[in-house]
Design a protein around this ligand. Structure first.
Ligand SMILES: [Zn+2]
Length: 174
């Protein structure tokens, strides 16, 4: 797995400083929670876990922190719809598989799916920064195969770019 997972709080503070973020206690705790492993958590799940495992943290603090983290590439925002937004601790380029039965989200390595060429479609006047695919389906089994793939997906080293990026979600409907 990538070196950023399972970091202690001092290492998390260093990582935030690298991204030009003042490492307040609550920011460190939110990043510590997200970087436990590659995962996709909603703001509400993060707030609930913060309140049960760490210091009490207001909803506004969680939302403001997540906005800052997305801006500085600490996490990626994964928007399925206006009411299903997740924060992804894997900041490498990758695609996703969503199990329609459980709602679980798994990372798929970038090389696994050839993204569509967008040349010639009506995207004039827009600069495409990235295309990511969401595959929806049903699991035949317990998902351990996809979990292993997810762990291998995020092996490569963490980039240190501070440039914020817009995520272009290209849904792949069945
Ligand atoms: Zn992901």
């Amino acid at each position: 797995m990538n070196g950023k997972y399972g970091l202690n709080k001092r290492e998390i503070a260093d990582l935030l400083r690298e991204r030009d973020i003042n490492p307040t206690t609550q920011r460190i705790e939110i990043a510590h929670l997200l970087y436990e492993k590659p995962q996709h958590l909603s703001a509400e799940e993060i707030r609930q876990r913060m309140n049960s495992e760490y210091e009490k943290c207001s909803q506004a603090t969680v939302y403001n922190t997540l906005r800052l983290f997305v801006e500085r590439d600490v996490v990626r925002e994964l928007i399925f719809s206006s009411d299903r937004i997740y924060y992804d601790s894997n900041t490498e380029k990758h695609h996703h598989f969503v199990d329609v039965d459980s709602g679980n989200i798994y990372d798929l390595p970038e090389h696994m799916i050839q993204p569509p060429t967008l040349e010639g479609c009506a995207l004039e006047g827009a600069e495409v920064l990235e295309t990511s695919i969401i595959v929806r389906g049903k699991l035949n089994g317990d998902g351990s195969h996809l979990e292993n793939m997810q762990n291998n997906c995020c092996r490569s080293s963490q980039r240190s770019t501070l440039k914020s990026r817009k995520v272009t979600e290209k849904k792949s409907e069945e």
